[in-house]
Design a protein around this ligand. Structure first.
Ligand SMILES: Nc1ncnc2c1ncn2[C@@H]1O[C@H](COP(=O)(O)OP(=O)(O)OP(=O)(O)O)[C@@H](O)[C@H]1O
Length: 520
């Protein structure tokens, strides 16, 4: 009420002044009368208006389905301020708006457009309201402004300007971020190429991220794991440091090693450890560098952008370009022109330099707290420019599984710390190269083996077809799994020694890994 009265008085004073001043301006400046009157009126209004207004717009409507960071943070802050824990309104709203909840599985409510909420912070009143932008029909950066783009408006008294800017807005952001961090359910985003008619070249599609892997479940050298966790922790707490040295708050990790050694599993462990969303970027379905830039600008804070099998991706892009750019005679060109035109529309034109640009340039300057992860089975095939420090800050080698890794898997899948077969398995693991994926496969119940075990265990108390957890697994099942594993490892050792002798006979040096020797 207080604000409405003050506004009314200010408006009344402006109108009176305008009426009194009109004849004067009109007789002396007939041609510019409208312009000057309006200018004068707005100056007068500004002088008389004791309130400051700040708009917090969403991101120019560039986003396909989600609002900007700032918008989301304010949303969270206001929701907390206006609604109780059980969802009831603590303010007197006539109109509410439903929005998707953080995990997309529910709806949350927020005040609707035009509704106003008053929040008193440290004795100072702040008026918040939500508004809808009128349809403009204009195009910003190739994407038209969607009709439902919204903004939040904050109004406060001019005398609290310093307090509002230095204190209150920071408080809103801190509170909003804390709420989001507490409530955040992780999401997995994948890029989708949309058809050109919709006006968007690409957008992120999201699903809840339900990968439960943690670092504890990861079969890997303990010291290496500790190092990675420490590095991630340092990064996530390093905002001040990055700001003080003037570096963008981002970090790159290269995960390399043979297939099945846990590169994707490591990414899930990283996301769960830091509570960051994962953006799985499929480069070959990105139309061009501009679209790549648009997609990356749309990633949010606290996220891991992943490009899997980067060597194959870059190779694919290269081959396609060579194919369309190769020299052809005129006839051939004519006959294939239509095909190429069609292909051009479908094939990616993303270049290595576009990718490097995004790592160093555009993306690094568009906000912080982002991790970039590349995975590859062939590190040696990658361009050194991609691998240098500053782009890929930490190179993590994922190796074949050793006994220590096996122990972690046995604990996780069978619930055991030790077993009489462990020493035999240790000896075998010292002489074969086996991935964690292969070991996991041997430690999991299979339909055939379960049937067989069920037959044997028909009268055994407590046996289930599929154990609900590791603690329910019977000794019989454990023994059978480990026996099968020993058989599998023995076969593997045999086939490896046969291969070695064939390679030796044909003059090969017997190196069977492509540069990835097992470590410890
Ligand atoms: N180090 C590990 N610790 C625990 N489980 C693992 C590990 N490595 C692999 N696994 C298991 O093997 C499966 C496949 O592993 P993952 O997809 O992470 O391997 P990858 O190295 O990414 O393979 P690719 O290079 O073929 O993509 C996972 O679902 C997981 O169950």
């Amino acid at each position: 009420m207080e604000m409405i009265w003050e506004k009314l008085w200010a408006g009344l004073a402006t109108i009176t002044t305008l009426i009194l001043a009109l004849p004067f301006f009109h007789s002396y400046l007939p041609n510019l009368v409208d312009y000057h009157i309006l200018k004068f009126a707005s100056k007068l209004f500004r002088f008389l208006n004791p309130y400051v207004e700040i708009k917090f717009p969403d991101d120019h409507g560039r986003r396909h389905f989600k609002s900007s960071d700032l918008d989301t943070v304010i949303n969270a802050y206001l929701r907390e301020a206006c609604f109780t824990d059980d969802g009831a309104c603590s303010q007197d709203f006539a109109h509410l708006r439903a929005t998707p909840s953080y995990d997309g599985a529910d709806v949350d409510f927020i005040m609707n457009d035009g509704e106003e909420v008053i929040i008193v912070h440290e004795g100072v009143k702040f008026w918040w309201s939500s508004h809808k932008n009128p349809p403009k029909g204009t195009c910003i950066y190739k994407y038209s402004v969607p009709e439902d783009s919204r903004y939040y408006r904050l109004i406060y008294h001019r005398r609290h300007d310093v307090f509002a800017r230095n204190n209150y807005i920071k408080h809103v952001l801190t509170e909003g971020n804390a709420i989001l961090d507490g409530q955040r359910k992780l999401k997995l985003f994948t890029n989708v190429r949309s058809d050109s008619r919709s006006g968007h070249c690409a957008y992120w599609s999201r699903v809840p991220f339900n990968h439960r892997t943690t670092f504890d479940m990861l079969a890997m050298d303990k010291e290496k794991k500790r190092e990675i966790k420490q590095d991630l922790e340092c990064f996530s707490q390093g905002q001040e440091y990055y700001e003080s040295v003037g570096k963008p708050w981002k970090r790159g990790y290269l995960l390399y090693g043979p297939p099945g050694t846990g590169k994707s599993t490591m990414i899930a462990a990283m996301a769960n450890f830091l509570k960051y969303d994962v953006y799985d970027l499929e480069l070959t379905s990105v139309k061009d560098n501009t679209t790549l830039r648009q997609l990356l600008i749309e990633t949010k804070r606290k996220s891991i952008v992943v490009i899997e099998d980067i060597d194959c991706t870059l190779q694919d892009l290269c081959i396609k370009r060579k194919k369309t750019g190769s020299e052809k005679n005129e006839d051939e060109e004519k006959t294939t022109k239509a095909t190429i035109d069609k292909d051009d529309k479908e094939e990616s034109k993303v270049t290595l330099s576009g990718l490097l640009n995004f790592i160093d340039g555009v993306w690094s300057s568009c906000g912080g707290e982002r991790i970039l992860v590349f995975t590859t089975n062939h590190k040696e095939k990658l361009d050194p420019a991609l691998l240098r420090r500053g782009r890929m800050d930490m190179h993590i080698k994922m190796s074949y599984c050793r006994f220590e890794g096996f122990q972690m898997l046995a604990k996780n899948y069978l619930g055991i710390d030790t077993h009489r077969s462990f020493s035999e398995i240790k000896n075998l693991l010292d002489s074969v190269e086996i991935t964690a994926a292969d070991l996991v496969e041997s430690l999991m119940p299979k339909s055939g083996s379960i049937k067989q075990l069920e037959e044997e265990d028909r009268n055994r108390e407590g046996w289930r077809l599929m154990p609900k957890s590791a603690s329910e697994i019977s000794d019989h099942f454990i023994n059978s799994c480990l026996d099968n594993l020993i058989k599998f490892l023995e076969e593997k050792r045999k086939s490896m020694s046969e291969k070695k002798s064939v390679d030796g006979a044909s003059g090969c040096n017997g190196e069977i890994t492509d540069g990835f020797k097992p470590t410890n």
